[in-house]
Design a protein around this ligand. Structure first.
Ligand code: E4P
Length: 241
């Protein structure tokens, strides 16, 4: 193969790689139907993540709630298993997968969970490895073939740990190889976390409703709009004279 062809192949893969990297996805981290609908209508939501605590907050029957969520959003909707053994996780996951074709099964990062991930992914059931707090856990989940991996950066920050460095190194690990796993930045506490995730090219950020709301807001936008409208009205009145 001559040098020109090598360059062509390299250019092609670099282009493809960058193209994939440029499509950051936003998931909403909630089980609340109104919040999901509101953000879905804005057209900025690519998926939903829930967990047992978020579902408990809604007080509805979890399977029914997940079914409703899947009718609102076409993209991946994560629902979590409760069982702790591989066998129980796999059985529960198979049931959850029957809810809809876009269900992703959240599996906690444990040895039993990692075994379940291998089994489920081989069956074509997408998994999201959750409760991930270290770069080593990211690497193991990727090696197990998880479709998604969710590092909980907010809880690391709450513990006084460097959540941004954990995220950066996790992305470096995933980028260094050809793992199929997509990283979902989870436990996001503020809009800065979303910016840091985007700067690192994180595939997905799962964002609470309150943070998404803040991302829309800037006082200068409101003040600027008010001033434009006032000036416009002034001009109209002057033209009428
Ligand atoms: C995401 O998948 C998790 O359910 C969620 O982000 C956890 O966030 P928390 O730390 O705010 O509970």
């Amino acid at each position: 193969m001559n040098l020109l062809n090598i360059y062509k192949i390299e250019y092609y893969y670099t282009y493809q790689y960058n193209f994939v990297k440029k499509s950051m996805k936003f998931f909403i981290d909630t089980a609340n139907l109104n919040q999901i609908k509101e953000m879905q209508e804005l057209g900025i939501i690519d998926g939903v993540t829930t967990n047992p605590s978020l579902l408990a907050k809604e007080g509805a029957e979890p399977i029914e709630q997940l079914k409703k969520i899947c009718t609102i959003v076409d993209g991946p909707v994560s629902g979590e298993v409760i069982g702790l053994s591989t066998e129980k996780m796999v059985t529960e996951a198979r049931e959850l997968a029957k809810i809809a074709s876009n269900i992703v099964v959240k599996i906690p990062f444990t040895k039993e969970g990692i075994k379940a991930v291998k089994i489920l992914e081989a069956e074509g059931i997408q998994t999201n490895v959750t409760l991930v707090f270290s770069q080593n856990q990211v690497l193991i989940a990727a090696k197990a073939g998880a479709s998604f991996i969710s590092p909980f950066i907010g809880r690391l920050m709450d513990n006084g740990q460097d959540e941004i460095n954990m995220l950066r190194e996790s992305m470096e690990i995933l980028d260094a190889y050809n793992f199929k796993s997509e990283l979902i930045v989870a436990s996001i506490r503020n809009s800065r976390h979303v910016i840091e995730s985007a700067k690192m090219g994180a595939h997905i950020a799962t964002i609470p409703f309150s943070v998404l709301e803040k991302m829309f807001k800037h006082p200068n936008t409101d003040l600027g709009l008010e001033a434009f409208l006032k000036d416009w009205e002034k001009l109209q009145n002057e033209l009428k004279k």
